[in-house]
Design a protein around this ligand. Structure first.
Ligand code: CS2
Length: 489
């Protein structure tokens, strides 16, 4: 049976919940950079709730900086798409009306959208590697390809820092107030980090503008959380059943969603609390808990799970040994966090295990394994440093790091080759090429990656010994046996 393409709320004939507002009656007040599955499952949904609760001109112009597929799917649908929420108690479908426009890989159109005085907020989910910030200096990284290109032609930028800087400069010239910049990526102190990157970039191209940005532009931090796998054919089929329409931009996610935001929006903001967002003065403790407990455990289980043949996170949780290591990691991460009145860490750990177990979410370990060099510093090394300094066990963090090192070899125990999918993949290959397959040499080579493992760890004999032991077992016995030995030690 052929179905109409989803293009207006009037097309929907199935049971999907519809927005209780007329999308076209609301103007656009937000530009989002990084139109992926996560944005459509998280910030766009909270914005939909806010529009429903309090209205306002807060629809979103969503920009895909590189790929065109998603924007091409959304444009004929007038920005409408179906959100499939997979809870343990069943699946719910809902049509989201918050996106007003999608721009695909078009830097000039993106810059024009950012310069529109109606835009009050720019949100971002461009992944850890998308920014081009040197975390050691806290400023822009001139070697990052997009940053390097934008430094050469700052008037025609295509990267994140270049676009934000050029737009803030143009708005200033035109007498339009600057927008608030809200980073929604899993980075520590993400508002401050992005602020440093933008000011660093601006300083290199227009020092006066850098001073203006430092004084006038708000970069609130935020912690975002919703497990969102890459969309599957099942999501498209469920969306078709729920809407009676073909929807090529449907997205699937878990039922849980969390957004903790530093409340600093000089130009106003949507009533995101209607979508469950929490506004606080300091996001840091929430962010640290999420990065080290959820994301840190995710990274550990992704490398150990992928290399022992577990395709999805739920498969990992069904393995007795791996799930024991998940619990051990959660406890070790919680042990080095400051107490948080708003978040009982024991309950948080139990809730995370339940979310990881969700049988209806196909969250691939290989998806989480991506970009390890960008993720491990805040997820694994930060709590490892804290544990080392406090004299607490560091083994869980050393095991996670060893699993990443084993993964960095690029071949499974069965001899299958896979791509690391890491921005430093070539550098890693060069360091490992021709090395003997022994833990000491591999660990030494990977500890030598510049700007990666912090000195406190790299120079700690205890850390190095734990890594070499864990990696040695993985290389000698194979991943599955090493996991069993680790879990039962
Ligand atoms: C995951 C995150 O892919 C990953 O690295 O750890 O995307 C994770 O699913 C989200 O942060 C959950 O909020």
């Amino acid at each position: 049976m052929s179905r109409p393409r989803l293009a207006s709320l009037g097309d929907v004939t199935g049971p999907a919940r519809l927005p209780a507002y007329r999308p076209e009656a609301h103007g656009t007040g937000i530009v989002h950079l990084g139109l992926g599955a996560f944005h459509r499952a998280h910030q766009a949904v909270a914005t939909d709730d806010a529009l429903e609760a309090q209205g306002g001109d807060w629809r979103i112009c969503a920009v895909s900086l590189r790929s065109t597929a998603l924007a091409e799917a959304l444009s004929p649908q007038n920005g409408l798409y179906t959100l499939i929420e997979r809870g343990v108690d069943g699946t719910r479908a809902r049509v989201i009306g918050a996106l007003s426009q999608a721009i695909a890989n078009d830097p000039a159109a993106t810059l024009a959208a950012l310069c529109d005085p109606a835009i009050k907020i720019v949100t971002l989910t461009v992944t850890e590697k998308g920014y081009g910030i040197d975390r050691a200096s806290g400023a822009h990284d001139p070697a990052h390809p997009a940053v390097a290109a934008d430094l050469k032609s700052p008037q025609a930028p295509s990267g994140v820092l270049g676009l934000l800087t050029a737009a803030l400069g143009a708005r200033r010239k035109a007498g339009a107030a600057p927008f608030t910049v809200l980073c929604c990526d899993n980075l520590p102190e993400n508002g401050g980090l992005l602020r440093g990157g933008v000011i660093g970039f601006a300083r290199a191209v227009d020092p006066d503008l850098a001073d203006f940005i430092a004084a006038e532009v708000a970069f609130p931090s935020s912690m975002v959380d919703r497990i969102t796998p890459a969309a599957t054919d099942r999501a498209l089929a469920d969306a078709a059943d729920a809407t009676g329409c073909t929807d090529l931009a449907a997205v699937e996610t878990e039922a849980f969603s969390q957004w903790v935001i530093e409340d600093r929006f000089p130009q106003g903001r949507p009533a995101w609390e209607a979508g469950g967002a929490i506004f606080v003065a300091d996001v840091t403790p929430f962010k640290r808990a999420k990065l080290t407990m959820l994301n840190g455990t995710h990274s550990m289980l992704a490398y150990a799970g992928f290399l022992s043949g577990r395709e999805f996170v739920r498969d990992v949780m069904e393995d007795r040994d791996l799930s024991a290591l998940v619990r051990r990691h959660l406890n070790a991460a919680a042990a080095v966090l400051p107490a948080l009145p708003e978040l009982e860490l024991r309950d948080y750990a139990a809730a995370l295990e339940a979310r990881f177990r969700n049988p209806s979410i196909d969250h691939a370990t290989y998806q989480i394994a991506m970009d390890g060099t960008e993720k491990l510093p805040q997820r694994i090394f930060a709590p490892a440093r804290a544990a080392l300094a406090a004299g607490r066990p560091i083994r869980p963090f050393a095991f996670a790091t060893a699993a990443w090192m084993r993964y960095a070899l690029g071949t499974s125990d069965a001899g299958a080759r896979y791509a690391l999918r890491d921005p430093r993949e070539a550098e890693i290959r060069t360091r490992l090429d021709g090395l003997p397959r022994d833990a000491k040499s591999i660990a030494a080579a990977l500890h030598g990656l510049p700007n990666f493992v912090p000195d406190e760890l790299a120079s700690s004999p205890q850390w190095r010994t734990e890594i070499e032991q864990a990696l040695g077992a993985m290389l000698d016995k194979g991943m599955a046996a090493a996991i069993a030995a680790e879990a039962n030690s």
